[in-house]
Structure formats: C-alpha cells, structure tokens
Design a protein around this ligand. Structure first.
Ligand SMILES: *[C@@H]1O[C@H](CO)[C@@H](O)[C@H](O)[C@H]1NC(C)=O
Ligand SMILES: *[C@@H]1O[C@H](CO)[C@@H](O)[C@H](O)[C@H]1NC(C)=O
Ligand SMILES: *[C@@H]1O[C@H](CO)[C@@H](O)[C@H](O)[C@H]1NC(C)=O
Ligand SMILES: *[C@@H]1O[C@H](CO)[C@@H](O)[C@H](O)[C@H]1NC(C)=O
Ligand SMILES: *[C@@H]1O[C@H](CO)[C@@H](O)[C@H](O)[C@H]1NC(C)=O
Ligand SMILES: *[C@@H]1O[C@H](CO)[C@@H](O)[C@H](O)[C@H]1NC(C)=O
Length: 486
C-alpha cells in the first residue's frame, strides 16, 4: 500500500472547542467529525486526521455508523504522530492500536489504554483514526467520530511486562551438547486485546492445564497482549513459555507472525501484488528471528481465505481448531506443495477466542533444543513438528535405514536406499494410521497402543509422512511433517 490509498479526508468539522485556562488543567478539546465511505471503498483503509496539541494527556474516540450489523461494518484503529505511511526499513510505523470491528470506542493515556491500543506518551502532531470498511450496502457507510482530548496531569507511565522467552536458564544460548526435546504448544489464540473473550491470564492458565509447554498469544494487528503477557505468565502459568505473536489480519487472508521482537507490530494494509506488501512484512518477521505461517487458508468468512501467494511463508496452519473440511483442503494443498518440493512446515493453531473453545486443540509438538522462543521457531523452520488433537494423545514416527546410519526423525533428510517407516502411538488405539508419500496414501494400518507399526518405504519416494485418522469419521487426529529422502 502506498499513500495512494490514503483517502482524502472527507469529513465535516462540526464543532471544535478549545479553551486554554490560567489553571494547570485545561478543559478537554472535543471534535465531532463525520463523513461518508462509498461501497467501492470496501477493503481499503480510510484515514481521518486530527491535530493533537502540546499538553494533551488522553485521547478518547467514539465511532458510530449507519446500518451497523445490517450490511455495514467498519473497523477501527489509530495511528499517532509518526504518520500512516508503510513501515520504514526497521519495520517501524505509526500504528497505535487496532480493534477491528470489536469495539466502537477506545481511550489512550500515558498510563493505560483500552485493550488493543498502546498506552504511552502522547506526542503533539497530526494523528489519524483509521476506518476500515469491511462490508457495506449500496448506500455506503455514513460515519461519525467523537474525539475528546484531555489535559489531566499524568501520574504514571505504562511499562510493558513481557514474558521471558527463555524458560530454561541452563539453555541460555544452548550449547551443542544440549538435548533436543519434543515440546507441546499452540501458536494461535486470542484474548480481550482483540476479539477474544479470554483474558491473557485465562489463556495461559488453560495452556498450562492442557499439558502445553508453550503458547503464543496472537491478537489481530496488535502487540498489546504480548506487552502484558509477563504478569499473566508469572501469576497463572509460571511453567509455560509465552511467546510473542500477532495474527496479521489483512483483507486477503490472515497470517501468523510468530516469534516477534519486543514492540514489533507488522503491517496489514496491502493487497496481492503490492510493493511493499506481504513479502516485505514477512521479511521483517524473519529478520527479527521469527517465522511466517499462513492461517486457515480456506476459511469461509469474508476476506479470511488466503490470496497473498505462497512464496514468503515458512509454514501453513493446516489444522485450525476442531477438524473440518477446510482443514482437509489445507492438507491437500500442503501435500501438493510437498510433492512440488516446497519445504513448508505444517503447524496447527486452536484459534481459540472464547469458551467453549480451548487452546491446545490441536496441539503442535515441536522438537527444539531447549525451551525458548528461538528454539521453537528454529524447530518449525526445520520442519520438526507433528500435530495431535490434544492432551492424552501422542505419536512417535521415524525412518530406520537398513544400514548402520542413525534413524531419521520428522524434518530430517535421509539418504539410505532401503529403509522402514516406524510408527507408534498412545491414546489413539483403534484409529487408522496412514503413511503418505509423494505418491499419496501408500499404507494404512489399525493402531494398537504402544505397538509399533513398521512398513518399508517404497524406493524412489521423495518423502514420507504419517496421519492418524478417526477410523469411523476419517477426521484427522494426528499428523506429522515429512522425513525427506535425497
Ligand atoms: C437491522 O434492521 C432491522 C430492521 O430495520 C432492525 O430491527 C434491527 O435492529 C437492525 N439490526 C441492528 C444490529 O441494528
Ligand atoms: C465503549 O465500549 C464499551 C465496551 O465495548 C461499551 O460497553 C460502551 O458502551 C462503549 N461506549 C460508548 C460511548 O459507546
Ligand atoms: C492524576 O491525579 C490527579 C489527582 O489525584 C487526578 O485528578 C488526575 O485525573 C490524574 N490524572 C490522570 C491522567 O489520571
Ligand atoms: C477467497 O474468497 C473469495 C470470496 O470470498 C473469492 O473471490 C476468492 O477467489 C478466494 N481466493 C482464493 C485464493 O481462493
Ligand atoms: C487409507 O486411508 C486414507 C485416509 O482415510 C484413504 O483415503 C485411503 O483410501 C486408504 N487407503 C486404503 C488402501 O484403504
Ligand atoms: C471418531 O468419530 C466418531 C464418529 O464421529 C466419534 O463418535 C468419536 O468420538 C471420534 N473419536 C475421536 C477420538 O475423536
């Protein structure tokens, strides 16, 4: 997106009061703005600028519009005096909060802000409310914004409490001798800091209770839950690694920016073919040491399916919440990419927002050296991941050469000619195990708990992976990434 999509400000200034007094607390400045967005502007972003004077210590915005919930919806966010331009080469830009269609109002102050908005110093200059038309009737959207700016003395300033991203002090800068372990977690969940009903405290407590070693809070287009995750982690889930992520919510699909730096927010305002666009945003995630995953590529909600291409991602969320036909489509697309030789890692995400949905359904199990955000990211990039539906279920999968070479695990590459795939499981008795190569399904067998299933890998196979499917419904209960053959 360039400035070309920055719409001309088409609003009328209804009234503007400012009053300076001799005392140290001035009366609030009130602005009433209104305007019209044409139906043709759906999926663009409309910026409404306003001036913030020296001395302002709070900004409150209330949005209203016609036909809300009856054919119109208008997202809401804020950009501060840094402007609305695309991020600079360090990835910094003026975003100050985003609530999508979840809220019609917010307040920011130096000490606190409405969840989804960043508290902190309020600098004078030109700020912008961003309106995001998501759907509209032929009538377009008539909107109003009531903006109040206060001058109350500042008594406190916000300090983020980030969760530590390395839970094993012994593994700080892991040494070669450090052991790899399989760690259970979830990459995708929401809180009240975007459109979830769970608090961050509830999400981390649920993760801990469901036998997870790590969770990533991932609110829509905001880092504000990551900024307070440390207090939730310390109080409710001291044994859980809480990593930093954002669900980057574009109009052309959603993607997961996982393993972010502190204060890192990723731009979401581009369409297919834009430069800078998705590729540059993805590069900023990787530069900070994170990975990029396409979320629920076939989700059926408007603007939720993936249309930004497959060149810039490390992973794909093939299993989003309880298994359904859109996950089946995602696995088929992933298999097609594997056959073409694209090494994209399959991950899962619960996408849990509110009860009764819970995180850890599905669970992603990642092989990492030590328990840190960096180790989890590295494991995903290397394809060392398998998925299970939830607690009580586990699998083991490896390929054992008939020579003296060591067995290859998920994500590894093996060059031996003669080899066997070896599978075992717990909590999955009676279900169907399937082996899949680039030729498709090559072997199915019924699972007996703790009893190994062994099958020769056909010669010439490019890779082999395993699925566990419900023997009555055919739903996936577990799935591995491939072991690759040279
Ligand atoms: C939609 O319009 C109908 C009929 O005018 C009205 O009864 C209903 O309350 C409106 N819904 C919302 C969410 O405003
Ligand atoms: C502001 O948002 C809150 C929470 O969504 C809501 O309860 C409240 O009514 C809103 N206030 C106004 C003035 O619309
Ligand atoms: C700071 O404290 C004073 C006195 O307690 C109070 O009137 C004022 O509203 C507070 N300012 C803010 C920004 O909360
Ligand atoms: C995504 O869905 C829209 C309709 O909602 C459709 O027009 C578009 O072709 C879909 N994109 C892809 C890549 O499937
Ligand atoms: C193996 O299981 C898969 C997945 O359920 C199914 O599509 C395939 O037809 C099965 N193959 C055989 C030979 O039964
Ligand atoms: C397998 O599918 C059947 C039929 O839909 C269902 O009753 C059962 O609970 C499923 N089993 C698991 C482990 O999900």
């Amino acid at each position: 997106m360039g400035l070309s999509t920055k719409n001309a400000l088409r609003f009328s200034l209804l009234c503007l009061f400012t009053s300076a007094t001799a005392t140290n607390t001035r009366k609030p400045v009130q602005l009433s703005l209104s305007g019209h967005i044409d139906q043709s502007e759906v999926y663009s972003f409309v910026y409404v600028s306003f001036e913030v004077e020296e001395g302002v210590t709070s900004i409150s915005v209330v949005q209203d519009y016609a036909l809300k919930g009856n054919g119109s919806s208008l997202d809401l966010g804020l950009f501060d005096q840094r402007g609305v331009e695309v991020p600079n080469s360090f990835g910094q830009f003026g975003t100050r909060g985003w609530s999508g269609g979840k809220r019609n109002n917010f307040t920011i102050t130096p000490a606190w802000a409405t969840p989804g908005y960043n508290p902190g110093p309020i600098s004078p200059g030109t700020w912008n409310v961003v309106l995001g038309p998501y759907e509209s009737t032929a009538k377009g959207i008539d909107w109003t914004l009531e903006i109040a700016m206060g001058f109350d003395p500042v008594n406190a300033t916000f300090t983020p409490t980030y969760a530590p991203t390395n839970m094993d002090p012994i593994c700080n800068g892991c040494t070669e001798a450090e052991e790899f372990t399989w760690q259970r977690g979830d990459f995708h969940m929401h809180t009240i800091y975007s459109d979830g009903k769970y608090t961050p405290e509830e999400q981390v407590a649920i993760g801990q209770s469901r036998d997870l070693s790590f969770v990533f809070l991932s609110d829509h287009n905001t880092d504000t839950s990551n900024q307070i995750a440390g207090s939730a982690q310390a109080a409710y889930a001291p044994d859980l690694l809480v990593g930093r992520a954002i669900e980057v919510t574009t109009r052309y699909g959603h993607w997961q920016a996982v393993g972010l730096d502190r204060e890192q927010v990723i731009d979401w305002r581009y369409k297919p073919g834009d430069k800078p666009g998705f590729a540059e945003a993805a590069e900023q995630v990787r530069r900070a040491g994170g990975f990029v995953s396409v979320n629920h590529p076939f989700a059926e909600c408007p603007a939720c399916n993936w249309s930004l291409g497959w060149e810039s991602n490390d992973a794909v969320e093939v299993w989003n919440g309880p298994w359904d036909s859109t996950d089946e489509q995602a696995v088929q697309l992933w298999q097609k990419m594997l056959v073409e030789g694209k090494r994209i890692t399959a991950i899962g995400g619960s996408d849990s927002h509110a009860p009764p949905s819970v995180n850890g359904l599905p669970t992603s199990v990642v092989k990492g050296r030590g328990r840190s955000q960096a180790a989890i990211v590295e494991g995903v990039k290397a394809g060392r991941v398998y998925l299970v539906q939830g607690p009580g279920m586990d699998i083991a999968f490896e390929v054992v050469p008939k020579s003296l070479v060591a067995p290859a695990q998920i994500g590894d590459r093996l060059s031996a000619k003669m080899k066997d795939a070896r599978f075992s499981a717990e909590g999955l008795a009676g279900q169907r195990m399937c082996l899949i190569s680039d030729q498709g399904y090559i072997y199915n067998a019924s699972i007996v708990d703790h009893k190994e299933i062994q099958h020769a890998v056909p010669s010439g196979a490019k890779f082999i992976r395993a699925e566990v499917r419900n023997s009555t419904s055919d739903e996936v209960l577990a799935l591995t990434n491939p072991v690759w053959f040279l």
